[in-house]
Design a protein around this ligand. Structure first.
Ligand code: NAD
Ligand code: DAU
Length: 343
């Protein structure tokens, strides 16, 4: 089997490539990534010399380039991770989110139609369902929960989801779709909550918690997400959507305190800052369907996963310090220096 993995130089895509190389070494993996600020070729070093792995620096919006790749390589499966993925950036500049996340998805699916494919899989997010209230712990996102987005990021992802389903119904494209909760683990770009707090805490810098820090996310160890996608692309029926999550809800402030505890840093580093615009309150996935249909269950408990993740950032300082010493400094200054500190 020949599998195109787009966005494979990013956080989840790279972890998925490592998972596939181990689990299905007979399959060929072609990684397509344009190496935006979030893509890092050094992440792929462990597989770069494998005979069953090839890397293509290519933008998913580049129709000619993508068609040529499909014509030459004739892939069996496409798994689309490539996206602009950070909510805060989407609030600053929505346009690139629409271009990559919607137009890019349509280019990939057009290539699938033109050259034929066994399966196109769209990696989506629980954010397409909007948010749940903090005072209703009985509510969860199900696959048929209405789309109700909050940010330009989630809106671009929801638009892509609708397009994927439209290509299935209109053209009979063999698609599947998954919507996962917040991932954490190795190789996550330090703009996201957990690695940002680890990096700042290690440098004794303030830990910027948006608002009161009561917003709840449902955290899943990245390898469990990869395992779910692997099951879907190989076993699910065409046209199916699956929610992926591990029933592990935590308030942001509790995550940040936990990171302080592991790193032996004082809570006095925590700084409550001006809230994210349109900030979603709570995400919570009901993963019953993927469990019943495909036997998926998360394997890594949060207590183990967060320990492994913090240890990974301690053991791989060069990876993230190279990142935060570059353009990231300008990003951090732009996003955080004007944020009002709350009492
Ligand atoms: P990421 O930002 O770490 O990686 C995105 C990758 O896509 C980068 O390597 C980047 O270079 C590449 N890319 C961006 N634009 C591209 C383009 N036009 N052409 C080719 N490559 C391009 O993102 P991530 O956190 O790994 O998320 C991967 C996917 O999973 C996204 O689709 C995201 O919406 C979804 N998702 C993420 C989470 C999460 O918690 N991180 C949860 C659920 C779903
Ligand atoms: O739910 C899945 C989504 O999870 C994915 O689709 C997105 O790609 C991914 O980025 C993530 O979105 P979030 O907005 O939930 O993740 P982020 O790490 O940006 O923020 C997590 C929570 O922490 C959120 O409530 C905002 C808060 N936060 C974040 C940052 C970066 C802070 O309080 N301070 C911060 O500095």
């Amino acid at each position: 089997m020949k599998i195109i993995v787009t966005g494979g130089a990013g956080f989840i895509g790279s972890n998925f490539i490592f998972y596939e190389r181990k689990k299905h070494p007979e399959d060929e993996i072609l990684c397509v990534d344009s190496l935006t600020y979030a893509g890092n070729l050094s992440t792929l070093e462990p597989v770069m010399n494998d005979s069953e792995f090839k890397f293509f620096k290519l933008d998913i919006r580049d129709r000619d380039g993508i068609y040529k790749l499909f014509e030459n390589e004739k892939p069996d499966i496409v798994v689309n991770f490539a996206a602009e993925s950070h909510v805060d950036r989407s609030i600053e500049n929505p346009t690139i989110f629409l271009e990559t996340n919607i137009i890019g998805t349509s280019v990939l699916m057009d290539a699938c139609r033109k050259y034929g494919i066994k399966r196109y899989h769209q990696v989506s997010t629980d954010e397409v369902y909007g948010d749940l209230p903090l005072d209703r712990p009985d509510l969860f996102f199900h696959e048929d929960t209405p789309i109700h987005t909050s940010s330009p990021y989630s809106t671009s992802k929801a638009s892509a989801d609708l397009l994927v389903m439209a290509y299935h119904r209109t053209y009979g494209l063999p698609v599947t779709l998954s919507r996962c909760s917040n991932n954490y683990g190795p190789y996550q770009f330090p703009e996201k909550l957990i690695p940002l707090m680890i990096a700042n805490a290690l440098a004794d810098k303030p830990l910027p918690v948006y608002g009161e820090g009561k917003n709840v996310r449902d955290w899943l160890y990245v390898e469990d997400h990869c395992k779910a996608i692997d099951l879907i692309i190989r076993n699910a029926k065409d046209g199916e959507t699956y929610n992926i999550g591990g029933h592990n809800e935590m308030a942001n402030i509790d995550i940040v305190k936990l990171i302080c505890d592991y790193l032996d840093k004082p809570y006095s580093l925590i700084e409550h800052v001006e809230d994210r615009k349109g900030h979603d309150q709570r995400y919570a996935i009901d993963p019953t369907k993927i469990h019943n249909d495909l036997g998926w269950l998360p394997e890594t408990a949060f207590a183990d996963g967060i320990k492994k993740t913090i240890q990974w950032y301690l053991d791989n300082k060069k990876w993230w310090q190279d990142i935060i010493s570059g353009d990231y400094m300008n990003y951090y200054e732009k996003m955080y220096s004007h944020r009002k500190v709350l009492d």
